[in-house]
Design a protein. Sequence first.
Length: 143
Amino acid sequence: MNKNKDLKNRPLREDNNDGFFARLFSNQKTVALLILGATILLLFPLAKSYSQRKVIELEIYKMQQKIDDYKKNNDELQDLLSYINSSDDSIEEQARANLNMKKAGEGVIVIEELSEEEKKIKQREELENKKSNFRKWFNYFFG
C-alpha cells in the first residue's frame, strides 16, 4: 500500500516540471518562427489595406481631373455667354457666319471646295487647254 500512496503523490513527469508554453518559448528557433508567423499574418491585412488605399487615391485623382475639365469647360462657356450677351455686334456676327445673312447693300460670296473628281476633271481640262493648236486639230481629226 505504501507504493500506491507514493505513486499518487508523485508527479507524472519527474524530469521536467515546466509546462507546455514554457518549453515552447524556451527554444529560440520556435520563438523566431512564431514571431515570423505573427508578422506575416499582420502583413496580409496591411497589404490589402494599402492596395485599396492606392485604388481609392487613383479614383480621387481621376475625379479631380474630371472636375478640373468641367470647370475649364464651364469657364469657356461663361466667357462665350458673356460675349454673346454683351452686344448686338456678336448677334450680327453669328447671323452672318452661321445663317449666311447680310446687311442691306452687301453682297455674299460663297466659296466651295471642289471634290476629288471635280479636281481631276479640272486638271484634264487645263491640260487640254495647254496643248498646241496643231495637236488639238490633229486630235480632232485623227484622235
